[in-house]
Ligand binder design. Sequence first.
Ligand code: LHQ
Length: 258
Amino acid sequence: MTILVETHAHYRLITLNRPERLNALTVEMAAALSGALDAAEADPSCRALLITGAGRAFCSGQDLTAIVDVAPAEIGHLLDHYHPLVRKLRALAMPVVCAVNGVAAGAGANLALACDIVLAGEGASFVQAFARIGLIPDCGGNWFLPRLVGMARARALAMLAEPLPAATAAEWGMIWRAVPDEGLMAEAHALAARLASGPTAALALTKQALEESAVNDLDSQLDLERDLQAEASATPDHAEGVRAFLDKRPAAFTGMRS
Ligand code: LHQ
């Protein structure tokens, strides 16, 4: 199976599973990943996701053995299988943690950047490998990179296609944290579990507000925050959070929307 799914208390672990090819992406794998995201979304008890790769890499991007003799028009169509994954990750109404356990190259790097909170092992690296094979960054790379690290660094990363070590990625604000490799999965699970016991509806609305900030001016963003705050304040988790504060006890969030 190209994608493994493990259910934990209120979150799911999704593992990209073609370790012999460094988890290179294929159309079949994209379909399986899409199915796993849909299944998580359809399960009301699932309140967060954790995504990682099997073996020594996170994901090496498109499986190049599958595109050697492919016509240019077909290459564009291939992205019709990958780009919906990026859209889905960005729109998913729950936090998505990515544990980058090794190299993340090409589309693999940008799938990681499409997740909400990215942790990486110190031995991991991010490579916008596209220029090495005469292609441009895809899967949102040209959108994520300038926003995360600024245009000067985005240009160099995309044009030089050099591996960026996890520690530098964290220093530049491209990812949340770089952690020792041996502690990566424990820390990623702890983070997913923590998010999975959070106020899921408010976290999803936060995700939406941050997403829309990319195209809004301040005035529109303030209007959006007013509207989304009204939604958040109608959730039981808001009432519980306030009550727990006043009672000086930890909040017991359910993640329910109403
Ligand atoms: C692979 C791959 C791989 C097949 C390692 N494919 N076998 C989407 C759709 C439409 C059009 C095209 O674009 C896209 C988006 C993209 O993602 S384009 C970018 C595609 N990815 C790349 O160009 C990266 C290719 N891989 C590499 O540069 C290196 O393998 C990295 C830097 C990821 C890792 O290097 P190493 O740690 O030195 O490992 P390795 O190169 O020795 O790889 C180990 C094995 O995995 C090896 O097979 P072998 O049989 O020799 O053990 C590689 O051939 C295989 N592999 N990536 N993408």
